[in-house]
Design a binder for this molecule. Structure first.
Ligand code: AMP
Ligand code: MG
Length: 353
């Protein structure tokens, strides 16, 4: 067991001594969880293969699932990549710092541990003062997956990180709840047109506006488990974001969705199960479940993204047996929310209409 130190930091003006202490841990090969605008990341020196291996151990992450490298300046990616396509440059100038990860050809300097054996590397510049200050002070690019135990919902507060990783990492920087709430969009720019491997905090619509054509990998919105051995982004095939309770996802128009959900509630209550419903502001008063939580208004899918992982963890704390979740439209951040919900359901999806 390691003693995990938790330091509260000011997100407007991160305190220098605290950032220095965290950067010291990173430089010595240790692990620091820190806030970004998407979710909390679990950081290590990206150029230190031993430190990177510790990330996999702490998270119990499958070794073939590569890790995103975080930088504070564009300059830093020159040492990590062979080639930066023109479109990648354009995207960096529009979306960085921000929730967009670019997959590029990796240079020899990138430890194989980070890429899961692939010949590409995923990089991004987070839009968060604490993350940027930590990367700058460390003087190295920081490898950082989400700071949860592998398979659990991603952490959007320092408390979530502590629930999963207390005693397994050296430090947590607590900068309060994260703003976007889902991970970055992962875009492969080694192919043309670029292809979204994971929908996230930068919407498909924004990317199309910038580039014209962008593809979405079928596995990113899969309604069935992906069994292909060779997927371009190994994270696609692992079970993910899962609460402990079983989750059923109902997709379709709002009226038949609400009707189906109430049927499932009634059925399960008859069997003595504790039922939770993941609803929206428009529907939350319709259900008679043990606990009903709202993702926010259907008119603002960014609120759904912000609250999704927190609500999944809350259902677990309340020890519900089954969560019945409403699908949301596949627009804006709704695409990222539905990708997470479909995976969390382990593809127990009911379509209504
Ligand atoms: P997380 O660390 O939880 O944010 O997940 C990182 C995501 O980025 C996973 O879905 C990975 O599969 C994906 N990823 C990281 N590096 C690469 C890469 N080199 N090529 C494709 N996908 C990647
Ligand atoms: Mg993750």
């Amino acid at each position: 067991m390691i003693r995990t130190v938790i330091l509260k930091v000011n997100c407007e003006k991160p305190e220098k001594p605290k950032i220095k202490a965290a950067a010291d841990v990173i430089r010595k090969g240790g692990l620091v969880a820190f806030p970004t605008e998407t979710v909390y990341g679990l950081g290590a020196d990206a150029l230190n293969a031993k430190a990177v291996k510790r990330i996999y151990e702490a998270k119990k992450r499958p070794l073939d699932n590569p890790i995103i490298v975080h930088v504070a300046t564009k300059q830093e990616i020159l040492q990590l990549t062979e080639n930066i396509p023109l479109k990648a440059n354009k995207l960096m100038s529009i979306f960085w710092p921000g929730p967009l990860t670019l997959v590029l050809k990796a240079s020899d300097k990138v430890p194989k541990a980070i890429t899961g054996g692939l010949d590409t590397v995923a990089v991004r510049m987070p839009r968060h003062n604490v993350a940027l200050a930590l990367i700058k002070e460390s003087g190295v690019p920081i490898a950082a997956p989400s700071a949860n135990l592998s398979g659990r919902p991603s952490p959007t507060t320092a408390e979530h990180v502590n629930q999963d990783l207390d005693g397994r990492i050296e430090m947590i920087l607590d900068g309060g709840p994260t703003n976007i709430g889902v991970e970055s969009t992962v875009l492969d720019v080694t192919v043309d047109p670029p292809i979204i491997l994971r929908p996230g905090g930068t919407s498909y619509e924004e990317l199309v506006k910038a580039l014209g054509q962008v593809n979405i990998h079928p596995a990113a919105l899969a309604e069935k488990s992906v069994r292909i051995a060779k997927v371009p982004s190994p994270g696609m095939k692992h079970r993910h974001y899962a609460p402990r309770a079983e989750l059923v996802l109902i997709e379709g128009n709002i009226k038949p969705t609400a009707k189906k959900i109430q049927q499932i509630i009634d059925q399960n209550k008859k069997n003595g199960k504790k039922v939770g419903v993941l609803a929206t502001d428009e529907t939350k008063s319709m259900y008679t479940a043990d606990t009903v939580k709202s993702l926010g208004s259907r008119a603002d899918l960014s609120s759904a993204a912000r609250s999704l992982f927190r609500l999944l963890r809350e259902f677990d704390e309340e020890k519900v047996d089954i969560i019945v979740a409403e699908g949301v439209p596949l627009e804006g951040l709704g695409l990222a929310v539905m990708n997470r919900l479909r995976k969390a359901s382990n593809y127990r999806i009911v379509k209504v209409d």
